[in-house]
Design a binder for this molecule. Structure first.
Ligand code: MRU
Length: 353
């Protein structure tokens, strides 16, 4: 019998870190037309890759931030220990400012900064560099296991013949492993369950159309692309049994920041009695943030709406409001699919963590 691991290994990867400490990403802005792997060689390049969404998705930017910090330190190994530690903090803060909403970025960088802070001053920068590299690898490795566990728990929700709607991309390319929202689909499909996936295109940057459809297609999941405006009608037609999306930051009370459009899916889902699940690792849960109103939502540039690639589709001087994320109220969330199992309301994560 075919092993499930064999199936899951077909899923593409967003991030690579090799034995010579070289860091590569798959440039997701070029998908699905070109598959370009780009080496990351400087702090500024990693910042830009995160800002431009070459690497994206909450867990993936956490991992990329950690590796980005590590490679940025290579040129400073001859410094004295205090100067080296100062550079660790400076570079981590700079990378952390690339995108504000996904908590995984600051979570990963804080882990590296804590190691640096505690590291004995009588050791060498080279030894600290090795410890930071090992921590970045550990963050990446544990995300692979976390995604797999999310997939195992979430797959129990999917029944033969179901319609499962997702938004944006919370798949392999948004993580170090098989994804969060797509992980239950991959595991269920590998086990022979046949269902229909619907991928909402996700204007303006089209992560659903370009990335989720590409990933699910590669794996062979029966996938249908819809325009974002179709979602409510699809629910009315009875084609959606559940919605599974990812998260960028979950507040302590369960309010969840995720890709813009998630909140309107949740309101429609409530109207049609369809459960909406958030699939996310515990590293995305921010108990320091009490409620959704306290989450900083990234606003992006006007050109993402005025142009599609190089083609202008709106007047250049039009006013634009372009938030990258929105916040879904906890009352509209049926459960959180995590590596530790499915968490049902009422939510108070400070009691769970
Ligand atoms: O702007 P993006 O593409 O980084 O947004 C990604 C999302 O909103 C994902 O749903 C979220 O980060 C979860 S990824 C597992």
């Amino acid at each position: 019998m075919k092993d499930i691991k064999e199936d899951l290994s077909k899923i593409p990867k967003a991030i690579y870190f090799d034995k010579e400490d070289r860091f590569f990403i798959l440039d997701q802005t070029k998908l699905p037309v070109e598959e370009v792997i780009e080496e990351q060689i400087s702090l500024e390049q990693v910042y830009d890759s995160i800002y431009q969404l070459k690497v994206r998705g909450a867990p993936a930017i956490g991992i990329a931030g950690a590796y980005g910090l590590v490679i940025s330190l290579k040129e400073h190994l001859d410094k004295d220990m205090q100067s080296f530690k100062d550079i660790v903090i400076k570079n981590a803060k700079y990378l952390n400012s690339s995108r504000p909403t996904a908590v995984n970025l600051s979570w990963a960088l804080k882990r590296l900064m804590a190691i640096s802070k505690e590291f004995a001053n009588d050791k060498t920068p080279k030894e600290l560099y090795s410890a930071l590299r090992d921590e970045a690898i550990a963050i990446h490795q544990s995300d692979i296991e976390t995604c797999r566990a999310i997939g195992e728990h979430g797959s129990s929700l999917i029944k033969e013949g179901d319609g499962v709607l997702t938004l944006c991309n919370a798949g392999a390319l948004a993580t170090g492993g098989i994804g969060t929202a797509l992980a239950p689909m991959y595991v269920a499909w590998s086990r022979g369950k046949r269902f229909k996936a619907y991928s909402s295109e996700t204007r303006p940057l089209l992560q659903g159309a370009r990335i989720t459809c590409w990933e699910l297609n590669k794996f062979g999941v029966d996938t249908t692309l819809i325009a974002d405006s179709v979602a409510s009608y699809l629910m009315k037609l009875g084609k959606v049994d559940m919605i599974i999306v990812g998260a960028d930051r979950v507040a302590n009370n369960g309010d969840t920041a995720n890709k813009i459009g998630t909140s309107s899916l949740s309101v429609n889902a409530k109207h049609y009695g369809i459960p909406l699940y958030i699939a996310c690792p515990f590293s995305t849960i921010d108990t320091q943030t009490k409620r959704g109103d306290d989450i900083v939502v990234e606003e992006r540039g006007a050109n993402e709406l005025i142009y599609i690639k190089d083609r202008q589709i709106a007047p250049k001087d039009i006013k634009v409001f372009n938030p990258a994320f929105d916040v879904t109220d906890h009352s509209l969330i049926a459960g959180f699919i995590t590596e530790r199992g499915i968490i049902k309301p009422p939510y108070d994560f400070s009691k769970t963590i």
